[in-house]
Design a protein around this ligand. Structure first.
Ligand code: UT7
Length: 330
């Protein structure tokens, strides 16, 4: 069987509540000037007390259905990328199956932190091209505010909540997937973690308060080194030149870091899409949120070649080159 996989629709959702730099100034020893200069962030969205990863995911999927008039009843696999599921189990993917009453589908969550969305796409492409699946929902949803330590100024200024969803369908003619590059540096796991059962890593004691802990400088150095090499590898594998790429969409971790990655990779900032300024770092959701913004701002168009690059805790990274070719909007 020679099936191809095409991304046909996208949806997104962010909660209404905004957390501004001015609000953070009242919570920790920081300033709007420092945050803007070091991260390019102005605000982030924060989930309500009763909003969880599942709630945000439902809304992003409803947005996809309404915008592209898609029927989800024949979906045969639901993949959810999240580091902040409502429960360890059941998965958010199973909650989605129940909420939308999708009758015959597989459903699972994956944890590849901020690379979760590109992992989900990569898996969906593999499951469809294998011939086993026809229609897969890939969702990235995060409520990082619920695991952020708002007394730690080095992390609490960064993170926000949001969700994105895309549909990947079997197509006889067109494939969205051009190249993939994947990698892991597990020895750097200590630099970004949240504990669950174990209280030590590499024989070192961890902070077990249930909140995220990050050594930002180390993660920054690793990403600024790793992503440009990955970009080079992707261009080599696809036999494309950098000017063939219409849009670069790296994980929206920090605008200064993205500028440094662009400089090293040869991308122009005008050709780079982020969701960082008004949504902060939303981990796995940041790439679909940036793509959705790019569509709303009429930048991203069918026929565009896009390079996505997810990277984060693990440490893990996965880059993809895709061809944008969505179905007609409603
Ligand atoms: O999504 C997963 C992947 N995550 C990332 O990629 C995050 C990567 N890292 C970062 O985004 C940046 O490293 C941070 C934004 C977290 C920090 O920026 P930085 O430019 O690397 O600052 P730094 O950690 O080197 O700290 C510089 C100074 C320190 O003070 P001293 O030691 O020089 O006196 C910090 O204590 O800035 C201080 N600082 C702050 N000052 C005001 C740290 N956080 C703050 C703050 N406000 N919020």
């Amino acid at each position: 069987m020679n099936s191809k996989a095409r991304i046909t629709a996208i949806g997104a959702y962010v909660p209404h509540k905004r957390l501004l730099n001015e609000d953070l100034e009242k919570m920790v020893d920081t300033s709007d000037e420092w945050i803007m200069q070091r991260t390019g962030m102005k605000e982030r969205r924060i989930a309500g007390d009763k909003e969880y990863a599942s709630t945000l995911a439902f809304k992003a999927i409803e947005n996809l259905i309404e915008t592209y008039n898609k029927d989800l009843q024949d979906i045969d696999c639901i993949i959810v990328a999240t580091t902040t599921p409502d429960y360890v189990f059941p998965s958010v993917a199973c909650q989605i199956q129940d909420y939308f009453k999708i009758p015959h589908t597989g459903a699972f969550d994956l944890n590849a932190t901020c690379a979760g969305f590109t992992y989900g796409l990569h898996l969906a492409n593999s499951l469809i091209t294998s011939g086993f699946h026809r229609k897969i929902l890939v969702v990235a949803t995060e409520t990082l505010s619920k695991v952020t330590d708002y007394s730690d100024r080095t992390t609490c200024i960064l993170f926000g909540d949001g969700a994105g969803a895309v549909l990947v369908e079997r197509d006889e003619e067109h494939s969205s997937f051009i190249a993939a590059h994947i990698g892991t540096n597990g020895e750097g796991g200590m630099h970004l973690y949240r504990t669950s059962l174990a209280a030590t890593m590499h024989e070192q004691t961890l902070n077990t308060n249930g909140k995220m802990v990050q050594n930002g400088r180390e993660v920054y150095k690793w990403a600024a080194r790793t992503v440009p090499l990955g970009v080079k590898e992707l261009l080599h594998k696809s036999e494309l030149q950098i000017h063939d790429v219409d849009w670069f969409v790296p994980h929206s971790a920090n605008l200064r870091m993205i500028e440094s990655i662009c400089e090293k990779s040869g991308f122009l900032m005008e050709k780079t899409l982020t969701s960082v300024a008004y949504m902060g770092n939303t981990s796995s959701a940041s790439i679909p949120l940036a793509l959705h913004l790019g569509i709303e701002e009429q930048k991203v168009k069918n026929g565009d070649t896009i390079l996505l690059y997810g990277f984060g805790g693990g440490l893990t990274h996965l880059g993809l080159i895709i061809k944008w070719d969505l179905s007609e909007k409603n």
